[in-house]
Design a protein around this ligand. Structure first.
Ligand SMILES: [Zn+2]
Length: 184
């Protein structure tokens, strides 16, 4: 469940919520106990939404959505692209770094096979045996980053199916313009 939404419900119920390390400190009226229990049930999402940088990520989503709107995208596209921008950013900062010499897709040693270096410092197998490692890693880091962003209170894109196609094209375009590989 969305951490920000839970925090809003808590505030409406008169609860004061703080994070202390990995603990939640909740104070408020007795009748708000069901909401407090809900917060505890979804503790990781609530703690993420309380993180000091959660505000920065939420503001960035608004700013980047506006940039894409100004660039002539529809609202749905702009929101999806902004979210994807931030998923790439989150992955760059916090994403999985696979041990040197190992494939980020399948986890096996690169061995004597051809490998593709990615913009995040990871390597994936990339040869005549196919693109499964590249695609698998791409899907994995995107899902992890999207979960983390939702945990920080960001609204996921409105239409993931349509957005995914538009994202894939645009991101590859962005990567090409910047002259580097940003995405798997
Ligand atoms: Zn592999």
């Amino acid at each position: 469940m969305d951490g920000m939404m839970l925090l809003r419900r808590a505030r409406d119920a008169g609860l004061a919520v703080k994070a202390q390390g990995d603990k939640l400190v909740i104070r408020g009226p007795k009748e708000a106990e069901p909401v407090a229990l809900l917060l505890i049930e979804h503790k990781p999402a609530v703690i993420a939404a309380l993180a000091p940088d959660a505000t920065w990520w939420r503001r960035q989503l608004a700013v980047r959505t506006l940039v894409w709107l100004v660039a002539g995208r529809t609202r749905d596209e702009a929101e999806a692209l902004a979210f994807e921008d931030l998923a790439v950013e989150w992955h760059r900062r916090n994403g999985e770094k696979v041990e040197q010499g190992r494939c980020a897709g399948c986890g096996d040693l690169i061995g004597g096979r051809e490998a593709l270096p990615l913009g995040d410092g990871n390597l994936v197998h990339f040869d005549s045996r196919g693109f499964d490692c590249l695609l698998g890693f791409g899907a994995r880091w995107r899902a992890t980053a999207a979960d983390a962003l939702v945990g920080l209170g960001l609204k996921p894109p409105p239409s993931p199916g349509r957005a995914a196609g538009c994202i894939a094209t645009t991101n590859l375009g962005v990567a090409a313009v910047r002259g580097r590989r940003d995405v798997a």
